[in-house]
Design a protein around this ligand. Structure first.
Ligand code: ADP
Ligand code: UDP
Length: 235
């Protein structure tokens, strides 16, 4: 496989075309943004950590029957993945109240839910990724009812697998964001990344935050938190 030109540069990753039309290369950056790009910074070493953590978790999920885009880790920061057309929805699962949920509904962070919740945001930076429901997503032709069904089933399965995995390394999986894509043959697979950028991780004992909230909220120790999560995940 030969890596060809860059086709996209996002906030956290670059995407390159390859000579195989079914594959793209993603390259993880150290750039960090929050609040729809208003806050910018660098988290030294983040790209390599998120690449390795994502690939580890994607392979774990594959083993548990969740189809993913993962193909092959090429280097510290670079991974070959199946090229998909991204379903423009951010799929958010929550086990514990935090972040925008707490803000929107006026409740404290840390309420443990009896059952996980799911919500969708419309992936559209110009609109600030607004919350969207199933009916609106179908009306806007972002996905079909059948695709939404598959996405919901897979997202909850991801939660079951990851919650148990993180519990074993003394981490509470508070919430996280997933993206799904469609392969050339129409199959829905888990895409994008699963990392401290896209999940909230709290130490089960101390409740210390081990994720991007340390950057969003200027808590300090950002790099150390990312390294600590990689250590716990990769052993
Ligand atoms: P953003 O676009 O939000 O700034 P990133 O910097 O992470 O995000 O850019 C990576 C882009 O690649 C995202 O738009 C993501 O949806 C997209 N992407 C993730 N996985 C795949 C894939 N397997 N095939 C094609 N695009 C993908
Ligand atoms: N999230 C993400 N990308 C986004 C929005 C949210 O990865 O564009 C993740 C975020 O890291 C958290 C979860 O989704 O783990 C829920 O985020 P929330 O809705 O609470 O929004 P935030 O507080 O990040 O604004």
């Amino acid at each position: 496989m030969v890596v060809l030109e860059q086709i996209y540069e996002g906030k956290a990753k670059k995407v390159f075309r390859t000579d195989d039309p079914g594959l793209v290369l993603v390259s993880y950056k150290d750039d960090a943004t929050a609040f729809n790009g208003e806050k910018r910074g660098t988290i030294v070493g983040k790209g390599a950590i998120n690449n390795r953590v994502t690939n580890h978790l994607m392979q774990l999920l594959e083993g548990e029957g969740v189809p993913t885009h993962f193909v092959e880790e090429l280097s510290d920061r670079e991974t070959v993945v199946k090229k998909v057309s991204i379903v423009p929805l951010e799929v958010i699962i929550r086990n514990i109240s935090a972040g925008s949920f707490s803000k929107r509904y006026g409740v404290e962070e840390g309420i443990v839910f009896d059952a996980p919740t799911i919500e969708f945001s419309y992936k559209n930076d110009d609109l600030g990724d607004p919350l969207i429901n199933d009916y609106h997503a179908v009306a806007l032709k972002l996905a079909t009812w059948e695709e939404l069904d598959t996405i919901k089933t897979l997202a909850f399965r991801v939660n079951d697998v990851l919650k148990a995995f993180f519990k074993a390394v003394n981490v509470d999986l508070v919430d996280f964001k997933l993206e799904f894509g469609k392969t050339a043959d129409g199959a829905i697979v888990l895409a994008d990344e699963i990392s401290p950028d896209t999940c909230r991780f709290w130490d089960s004992t101390t409740h210390e935050k081990l994720d991007k909230d340390r950057f969003r909220r200027d808590l300090g120790g950002v790099e150390d938190a990312y390294s600590e999560m990689m250590r716990r995940i990769m052993g």
